[in-house]
Design a protein around this ligand. Structure first.
Ligand code: TRP
Ligand code: SF4
Length: 416
């Protein structure tokens, strides 16, 4: 198979990336021709103001990739912006891509939803409003009545999210009018509602991502993939709409100018197997991640902070490993018999959580140890490792240029 996949350089990688993406790549590199690249242009689509950290983030990604064992002998490893043909193909694709395909793209819409919603919530909570006296479902009312502090915000959050969801995914665009009425009915001060919604209606919020570049993110991604005539793209579930769009662009191009591109299929990287130390999705922004570059002391500290079975209060209580974050890690980092042993002992209250966590920390550190020593070696000779990506970019360019010659010819573009 010919495989293409990329990652945006947004900072150092964590164990979630390893088990969600890199492990899959390591497997694929054995029997396929793979193009793996650092999608630095894609990072600009929402971070165009923060170019100061680009270089560092790219170097960090180079170190992370090579230290876990992505093999430059087997794969073409490169940097997107160093293969200018991606931009050329993206431009040509943008000519044939209907705007509506992009505006209706679920990833784009969801991002906007989250941004708008976060703003609305912060605004309303910032005003310290009392909500929900009338007429929403009784149960919610009561729940709010009884709830205090943090809990209250959570219930409010869920309710507001639901309301905003309905208004946002309205057939005819965002239903600001309906939303306003609902919020006022809930007892939110009319002035506050109007003020909050005004900033959304005028498009002031989210202006940063209201760019042509952001909207056409999937067009660039289609170019990344099709320029190598990839047949397979390993991605996470959130990327599926982009791959679908890639197929549609390929189809449209082929219809207009003759068969040029294959329609690539995706392979899904499995559901994140590894949650953050607090049980939510592992993410830099939640501050719950363990990084590939984490030192052993700090791994231990983080493991000791991990959530366990919430029902197990005292060491003498029997625990339930099935609901315990620590245990879910054991399944990935601990030998099979030892996992079974912990499972048994936990259920019989024969092992304490601290002991259990210490074992885990040791095993995670054992896993990270070779990666750490690779990192040291790579850092010492960083220039020569950057050269690997330079070479890779050259090879990728040659490959990309072949496709572009065909594209220009099929499109009957000018040639001297
Ligand atoms: N959009 C992808 C992500 O955020 C990164 C990416 C860019 C990509 N171009 C690609 C992935 C091409 C696969 C193929 O994860
Ligand atoms: Fe979780 Fe281990 Fe405690 Fe059981 S003993 S609840 S598996 S941390």
């Amino acid at each position: 198979m010919r495989i293409v996949s990329g990652m945006r350089p947004t900072g150092k990688l964590h164990l979630g990336h390893y088990f969600g993406v890199l492990k899959n790549w390591l497997k694929l590199q054995e029997n396929n021709q793979c193009f793996f690249f650092i999608a630095d242009w894609h990072a600009l689509t929402n971070k165009y103001k923060e170019t100061d950290s680009l270089k560092e983030n790219i170097e960090e990604m180079i170190i992370d990739w090579l230290s876990v064992g992505l093999n430059p002998e087997k794969n073409i490893l490169f940097i997107q912006s160093q293969v200018k043909q991606h931009a050329e193909l993206s431009l040509l694709f943008s000519m044939i891509t209907p705007k509506s395909w992009l505006e209706l793209n679920p990833s784009y819409k969801d991002l906007k939803f989250n941004l708008y919603y976060q703003y609305l919530k912060d605004f309303l909570l910032g005003k310290n409003i009392k909500v929900l006296q009338t007429p929403p479902p009784k149960s919610l009312d009561e729940a709010l009545e009884e709830a205090t502090g943090k809990q209250k915000n959570k219930i409010f959050d869920e309710y507001l999210r639901e309301l905003f969801f309905r208004a946002f995914y309205n057939q005819k665009g965002i239903d600001f009018k309906g939303l306003k009425e609902r919020l006022i009915l809930l007892g939110v001060n009319k002035k506050v509602v109007e003020e909050a919604l005004k900033n959304l209606e005028t498009g002031d919020i989210g202006k940063d991502i209201d760019t042509v570049g952001f909207l056409s993110y999937p067009v660039l991604q289609a170019a990344d993939i099709l320029i190598y005539k990839a047949d397979t793209v390993p991605v996470g579930e959130d990327q599926l709409p982009h791959i679908e769009l890639t197929r549609e662009i390929a189809r449209r191009f082929n219809n207009l100018y003759g068969k040029t591109f294959p329609e690539p299929k995706h392979i899904l990287t499995e559901e994140a197997k590894l949650l953050g130390i607090d049980g939510r999705k592992m993410s830099k922004s939640y501050n719950n991640a363990i990084y590939l570059s984490e030192d052993s002391k700090s791994v231990e500290q983080k493991v000791l902070m991990m959530k366990t079975d919430p029902q197990r209060v005292k060491k003498t209580d029997a625990g339930n490993p099935d609901v315990c974050i620590v245990f879910s890690y054991h399944k990935l980092f601990t030998r099979e018999e030892a996992v079974r042993d912990i499972d048994n002992k936990c259920r019989k209250a024969e092992i304490g959580c601290v002991e259990c966590k210490k074992i885990l920390a040791t095993n995670i550190n054992q896993f990270l140890e070779p990666i750490r020593s690779n990192r040291e070696e790579i850092k010492k000779n960083i220039d020569s490792y950057i050269d690997i990506f330079k070479e890779g970019s050259k090879k990728a360019s040659e490959e990309a240029e072949k496709t572009m010659e065909e594209v220009r010819e099929n499109m009957k573009l000018w040639k001297f």
